[in-house]
Design a protein around this ligand. Structure first.
Ligand code: ZN
Length: 304
């Protein structure tokens, strides 16, 4: 790898929220907490645990407060709650245990209008307001720009659109800005060039995070593209669960265990224990009653 590449990458675990959100069958609060505990045991120190959205819109997240009430008290673990509006932010603050809110802006109008009834401009304004209010309430806040590499309705997303959105989102001082390939259409070169361009536009002080879906089997190549661009924080989901409501049969997020294997084989540290992540993925498959999409829980690690 080139010298500029990271020797250390932090994985943000997103399975309890992004991973489970699109599961048709309701997963019990107890199993969600077991998943969170297994992730922490495996070394995860930053984890997206719930979203504070209306239970009618996302029934799987209706027990957000119960999940929060059952979270292990750990000073060394940061709990992230997704919020889309001020009501959600109030719930995150009231939980007393959420350390950080995650906000979602959109890179395309058509996706935003269908997904959260906001244009790109509106989503940026809402996120900046939420980020400022979260910080006033003593919470950390970050934002993810979804469909940053392609939109299911508008097609290609211009790089300048992504740069402009990132610059405007940086105005509210988020902890970091993530670029998400929500529908899994990016290529590694596109990822590397886009992150490099956003980094150049924002300067060195705004951390960047990457979020990939393995819908077309390029999720891990794209993670490598992000690492090559100097990104040191990557989202992943145990077992590779999750998906996008606009890509119904698609594979979900990149699997934590598969990403961890790639990082280990490249000599990049993440602090995770691969065997424990594989165990968690196997357990999750038994809860969901089907094999998870990730490869490592089938193939096993190497060397043994
Ligand atoms: Zn995702």
């Amino acid at each position: 790898m080139p010298d500029s590449d990271a020797r250390q990458v932090s994985i943000v675990e997103v399975s309890p929220r992004d991973g489970l959100q699109n599961e048709a069958g309701l997963v019990s609060t107890q199993d969600k907490l077991e998943l969170i505990n297994r992730a922490i045991t495996a070394g995860v120190r930053r984890i997206e645990v719930v979203s504070f959205v209306h239970p009618k819109i996302v029934p799987q997240m209706a027990d957000a407060e119960m999940v929060c009430a059952g979270l292990p008290e750990r000073d060394d673990v940061e709990y992230i709650g997704l919020v889309l509006n001020s009501r959600g932010l109030d719930r995150a603050v009231q939980s007393g245990v959420i350390d950080e809110v995650g906000c979602v802006a959109v890179a395309s109008d058509a996706f935003g209008l269908r997904n959260q009834r906001q244009t790109r401009e509106q989503s940026i304004e809402v996120c900046n307001r939420l980020i400022r209010r979260a910080r006033e309430n003593g919470l950390s806040a970050q934002v993810t720009l979804s469909v940053a590499f392609g939109c299911p309705f508008e097609g290609e997303v211009e790089r300048n659109t992504v740069i402009d959105a990132a610059q405007r989102l940086a105005e509210s001082g988020p902890r970091e800005i993530a670029l998400a390939d929500t529908i899994g259409v990016a290529s590694p070169i596109q990822v590397e060039e886009t992150f490099a361009a956003v980094r150049a536009a924002l300067g060195p002080d705004v951390p960047l995070r990457a979020h990939f879906h393995n819908t077309r089997n390029l999720g891990f190549a794209n993670a490598y593209g992000a690492i090559r661009a100097g990104v040191t924080t990557i989202d992943a989901s145990i077992g590779g669960i999750g998906g996008c409501p606009f890509a119904p049969r698609a594979t979900g997020n990149i699997a934590t265990e598969d990403l961890q294997f790639m990082l280990e084989r490249m000599g990049v540290q993440s602090g995770l224990n691969l065997d424990q992540v594989i165990n968690a993925a196997g357990w999750l498959g038994s809860v969901l009653n089907r094999p998870v999409p990730g490869f490592l829980s089938r193939a096993g690690t190497f060397p043994e």
